[in-house]
Ligand binder design. Sequence first.
Ligand SMILES: [Zn+2]
Length: 436
Amino acid sequence: MALRFEILGRFNRARAAQLTLPHFVCQTPLFMPVGTQGTIKGLTTNQLEEIGCQIILGNTYHLELRPTSELIDELGGLHKFMNWPRALLTDSGGFQMVSLLHLADITEEGVTFQSPVDGKPMLLTPEESIQIQNRIGADIIMALDDVVRTTITGPRVEEAMYRTLRWIDRCIAAHKRPNEQNLFGIVQGGLDPVLRDICVKGLVDRNLPGYAIGGLSGGEDKDSFWRVVAQCTAALPEDKPRYVMGVGYPLDIVVCSALGADMYDCVYPTRTARFGTALVPEGVLKLKHKAMADDVRPIDPTCRCMVCKNYTRAYIHCLVTKDAMGSQLLSYHNLYYMMKLSRDLHSSIIQGQFPEFVRKFLRKMVLVLEMALTFVPCIFFINFSLFCFVFCFFFFFTNHELFLVNLDHFFTNAELPTSNCIPFLASWSFHVTKSH
Ligand SMILES: [Zn+2]
């Protein structure tokens, strides 16, 4: 085991910890930006340090295609290759194959796919995934798992969960650098609590350095997503880091942290930047919108990042989608926002101010929540759908600057509104975290 995990503070299930990895001492909860070919698009490693990134994610599939793990190994590992002195995590490469390549097929042996280079069939086995990650040399490496979408039900989910457990033993056996790299196992089992439970127990028996909760953020509704996270974090060991994969919406990070998760990764903050969207405390700000054309304010007047100190919305509006500089500035600001969110979560838990922080965050993020909390008793007596629709209508059409797209995520993929997420969220994050 090449890590140390010390819990520095708690609030109910939420914890703030120090995670000591071979290349960096990280403070949790933490968000990890996702890089592809050893880079976070448009940002230098100096900028990433300046922003406060502690650990970044390298994409095994892309790195293996170009420049190849052999070359990275020859040149002294990915840290040296990309000039990144802090921590790194690599994924198994399997997920990319399944999601990017239509012709990927999973068998007991591994993931077979058509090579994007010459079209020949290729096979990624658990052993091979670990060998590649050993050569890349990240602080944390991920086991190859059998991923199925959470929207899939039936025997395939069970098959994938048991296969993930069989593959973890092959990954452990293949891992040649356990004193320098930490192998994390991934909990699968879809939305089935029984399967999730079997998987957690199976992985915990293997006494791994850390555990990830996988297979989420695949189109399931928020209630199911949070329930799975709550179930897994409750069953995973207290003294090991817990990583919720593919989670990057600020609201989800706050909720998952309240439920006892420590680490997150997602392409969302940088991808949305490339589409001209900035993350702000009130939700998101669309810089492409014509209202930005003569707006001389910074993206977020409360943000202290280099971009908000130096550039106006009007300037970024002019660049966005036309010049690479536009998406670079927005990526910088968005990652700064995510790092600040991580730091605020950490310090609020340590200082015993976590509920106040969550309340303040939600009040800004989803103004409707405040209204909902005020009127919680009323919600149960009126048509809830109508209630939400009226407020969404109000925010979308009366405020030209801020499109509170986060409401979409709240109400499950923009389908207005099918779930009573607000009372659910309110009760889970404020009151009943103790009882789970
Ligand atoms: Zn900023």
